[in-house]
Write a protein that binds this ligand. Structure first.
Ligand SMILES: C[S@@+](CC[C@H](N)C(=O)[O-])C[C@H]1O[C@@H](n2cnc3c(N)ncnc32)[C@H](O)[C@@H]1O
Length: 352
């Protein structure tokens, strides 16, 4: 077997990059939890001694943390002054938890899959599922932290307006169900934007629903939100003008059963909005950085979640448009279109 040394070197270089990223991931969480990015953004250019003092942390560790961040391109180092700082873009993406591009949250999801890795391997060996609710708590908080910025950036300004006639109904006062709502990030954003409408968030995971209720109180939208523990094909509410599914249809064991249930819970002129991860129409179209994230998440989170439930369809996070359209049609939706897409998401509008 002839090994080409140049190709081997290139491959090892790729590995070094991945290993560095994997180690850097938990250092990003450390920076987020200890307020190191925020401290640096506020006080930089600053030394490791200065940042340790400002953030109440130990200098010897901060020297290492800052050097690792600089090597990762997450902070800047000036060798002339020996001081560290952040560019406006680094500050924007690493310090504003309520902003449209907050990156550290995603690494809580990574943290959860590492913590559950052996259990996930066992599920892959046996073919059994591994339910969403069985994961380490980092997954639930991480999912909110990862997805919320995308909703802040797109949901009210672009995704809802891409649906026919929905915004005017929401402005006038509509009934909305947000199914598979998790910690209710999407529910709360919509409830804030449309105070005359009523929003019910449903999720089968009880702990997530409790957090959602608390977050709704903190956000000041308790009066027009309600959160209930329920399965997507079991919630009892009816006569909804809009039903939304954010990044959860493919996690369900029986997406077609969920679609049929949504169909009967909607008013005759109601709309089902389904937000799914971005995907191309073939495996080869997904062999890129975004597909890499989603296939690996699908392997360790989405497919095991689906296989743990009734039917266990295992749709996967990279289901093509055609596969999703089949689900909508089998569920009784006749007018279906993709209304908008971003680098990370596809939005579908389905009507009876
Ligand atoms: C990837 S998370 C998305 C959470 C939330 N929609 C968001 O965007 O932040 C998937 C959610 O679907 C929920 N879920 C999975 N299967 C479900 C089912 N059959 N019925 C109701 N919720 C379900 C999980 O508990 C989890 O909260």
């Amino acid at each position: 077997m002839a090994v080409n040394p140049d190709k081997l070197n290139a491959f090892v270089g790729k590995f070094a990059n991945d290993l560095g990223a994997a180690m850097h991931g938990s250092a990003i969480l450390i920076g987020e939890q200890l307020g190191l990015y925020r401290g640096l953004a506020q006080h930089g250019p600053i030394s490791s001694e200065g940042l340790a003092e400002k953030t109440g942390t130990a200098e010897r560790y901060l020297r290492e943390w800052l050097a690792g961040q600089a090597a990762s391109g997450y902070v800047e180092y000036d060798s002339k002054t020996g001081l560290f700082s952040m560019t406006p873009e680094q500050k924007f993406a690493l310090t504003d938890e309520n902003g449209p591009v907050f990156l550290p949250g995603a690494f809580y999801i990574v943290s959860s899959v590492y913590k559950d890795q052996r259990k996930i391997a066992e599920a892959i060996r046996t073919g059994k599922g591994f339910g969403w609710h069985e994961h380490h708590v980092d997954l639930f908080q991480g999912t909110k932290k990862f997805f919320r910025p995308g909703y802040v950036a797109n949901l009210v300004s672009a995704w809802l307006p891409s649906l026919e006639g929905v915004v005017s109904k929401l402005e006038a006062g509509a009934r909305v169900a947000d199914v598979g709502c998790g910690l209710g990030a999407s529910t709360i954003l919509m409830a804030k934007a449309f105070p005359k409408s009523e929003f019910v968030g449903y999720d089968y995971h009880g702990e997530s629903i409790e957090w959602a209720r608390n977050d709704a109180v903190t956000a000041g939208v308790a009066q027009n939100t309600d959160f209930e523990v329920a399965l997507a094909k079991g919630f009892t509410g009816k006569n909804f003008d809009l039903v939304t599914f954010f990044d959860c249809l493919h996690d369900m064991g029986d997406p077609v059963g969920a679609a049929r249930h949504v169909r009967q819970a909607l008013k005759p002129d109601g709309t089902w909005m389904v937000v799914e991860p971005f995907a191309g129409q073939s495996l080869e179209a997904n062999l890129n950085p975004v597909g890499r994230i989603y296939y690996n998440a699908s392997l360790q989170l989405c497919v095991p979640a689906s296989l743990a439930q009734e039917v266990g369809s295992g749709l996967g996070a990279q289901a093509s448009d055609a596969a999703l359209l089949d689900v909508f049609r089998e569920g009784g939706f006749t007018r279906v279109r993709k209304s908008v897409e971003t680098p990370f998401n596809r939005v579908f509008e389905a009507r009876p």
